[in-house]
Design a protein around this ligand. Structure first.
Ligand SMILES: Cc1cc2nc3c(=O)[nH]c(=O)nc-3n(C[C@H](O)[C@H](O)[C@H](O)COP(=O)(O)O)c2cc1C
Length: 483
């Protein structure tokens, strides 16, 4: 099968693919390829909406032996002296985990051999448009589209002219005409060929067509005594330019922002060996910390006792009780954004035993409970160090939206993320979450509250969406301009 176009995907699958590819920093198409490969290798569960890997896993990431390439390039080598540099370019691309399939023009074979190119790319080399071996399934179309990028190096004056004018009389030009992929050209030619009015016109046309050029550089030519603009860029420069097109730098909308996040349960001691706790796993808060860090924020995560690895690049403060959590939260201020995802115990034991409580004939020891500090309300009501955006979580088992609305009003925070944690949902300790984002309309002036209900997602996806909302809010961008 040469290629596959899938139409009529339903919205849930589209959202899944969009979020998963964003998380893995791949194009959606590449992500689909990875999913299919994983299915064939039996390493992944069959694709169902939102069945992505757990938000935060304590298991070590499985290491692939002979890791699969993350991107693929069709490299067209034109007939110029600089073709020898393309042998090095193949190596440079492969060391960046890019699969390279090479096409040699007839002229290119005067400068480098298909054998050398094949040995370096570990692939067969394509030279002929009318090749029965590869054309039985429209091989030239496959080379044009079954890749993430087309690189032409060296791009001869002749190839530039053919491309600018839409010729397709050999394999290289037919691929360039049939592709819908980005094209990167690395021109190489004599300075007079480069400055010739015909080449100028062709280059201008190609730039208008959206083709990307790297070089040429200025320097000595192969021809004795000639110098000027026309030297092909070095292999490393071309590989880096290809990488920028294959894996564009991920935007960091929260760069320069300090974000405070709480996660997990708290443990409230009864005596030195017993405590009161809840079923919070900390997965949602940890996923938010990881997503915020990926968005460029400086993240301080204050976590109750959990069985999770600290997210990379995040400062984590480990605490046990609600009072310790409040202490660490206060110590972490000032912050630009605070997200309180921890399930803080409402009460603690007033008469905590200094020694392990013993069974006695007098019956059960009475446990007196007192209220814990309310971390969300305390920080929301600060006058001096209140973070400009304070977000609370409302874990409810009934009347979810009504309870969340009154929590938003009572606590004085800006947004509430409400989630149903009744046992049937499996949210507590599970990997998925169904949340509703409540915020004050018009900054709360008219007392109205907006409710945005999200579909069921993994906790990691919820984290990415929430961080995207935060980024839009703090950078003042609308959904359209921020995404
Ligand atoms: C020794 C030699 C070196 C050449 N070097 C270049 C070059 O660097 N750039 C270029 O555009 N053409 C160069 N040419 C001319 C091309 O090989 C010629 O235009 C050929 O038709 C290009 O074919 P292609 O574009 O299909 O590869 C050179 C020719 C010879 C004989």
């Amino acid at each position: 099968m040469a290629s596959l176009t899938i139409r009529k995907l339903d919205d849930a699958v589209k959202t899944y693919l969009r979020l998963r590819s964003a998380k893995n920093r791949r194009s959606v198409e590449e992500e689909v390829r990875v999913i299919l490969r994983e299915l064939i290798e039996g390493r992944e569960e069959p694709l169902t909406p939102f069945s992505a890997p757990p938000a935060v896993s304590t298991a070590p990431t499985p290491q692939r032996t002979g890791a699969l390439p993350e991107a693929s390039v069709t490299l067209i080598i034109g007939g110029g002296i600089a073709a020898y540099k393309s042998l090095d370019l193949i190596r440079r691309l492969k060391e960046r985990r890019v699969e390279v399939r090479c096409v040699l023009t007839k002229a290119a074979q005067q400068f480098v051999t298909p054998l050398a190119v094949s040995a370096l790319s570990h692939e067969r080399v394509y030279t002929d448009l009318f090749d029965p071996q590869s054309e039985f399934d429209a091989g030239h179309i496959r080379l044009a589209r079954d890749c993430d990028l087309i690189v032409v190096a060296p791009a001869t004056a002749d190839l530039l002219a053919k491309m600018a004018n839409g010729h397709a009389d050999d394999l290289a030009s037919a691929i360039l005409l049939a592709t819908n992929r980005k094209v990167l050209l690395a021109p190489a030619m004599n300075p007079l060929m480069w400055s010739n009015a015909a080449t100028r016109r062709n280059v201008a046309q190609l730039q208008r067509d959206g083709v990307v050029l790297i070089g040429p550089n200025s320097g000595e030519m192969a021809e004795a005594g000639e110098a000027g603009i026309g030297r092909m860029s070095e292999a490393i420069e071309i590989a880096k330019a290809a990488e920028r097109l294959l894996r564009p730098p991920v935007p960091k909308p929260l760069a320069g922002k300090r974000m405070l996040i709480t996660a997990g349960p708290t443990h409230e001691p009864i005596d030195p060996v017993r405590y009161i706790a809840n079923r919070s796993s900390g997965k949602q808060g940890f996923a938010i910390a990881a997503a915020a860090q990926a968005a460029g924020a400086e993240v301080i995560l204050v976590s109750g006792p959990v069985d999770l690895d600290d997210p990379a690049g995040v400062t984590v403060k480990h605490v046990e009780s609600a009072r310790q959590m409040l202490e660490q939260v206060q110590a972490a201020l000032p912050a630009d954004i605070a997200i309180f995802a921890a399930a803080v115990a409402d009460w603690r034991v007033a008469n905590e035993g200094e020694q392990k409580l013993k069974k006695t004939a007098a019956g059960m020891p009475p446990l007196q409970l007192v209220e814990n500090p309310d971390i969300l309300a305390t920080i929301s009501k600060l006058t001096d160090k209140r973070p400009p955006l304070v977000i609370g979580f409302a874990a409810e088992t009934e009347h979810l939206i009504d309870n969340a609305k009154s929590k938003l009003a009572r606590k004085g925070c800006d947004w509430i993320v409400a989630n149903d944690v009744s046992p049937a949902t499996g949210v507590m300790g599970g990997d998925r979450n169904t949340v509703h984002l409540l915020s004050r309309k018009n900054g709360g002036k008219d007392g109205e509250i907006a409710v945005d209900s999200w579909p069921v997602m993994t906790k990691e996806q919820v984290a990415i969406e929430l961080v995207a909302h935060v980024a839009r809010s703090v950078t003042g961008k609308s959904r359209e301009t921020a995404s």
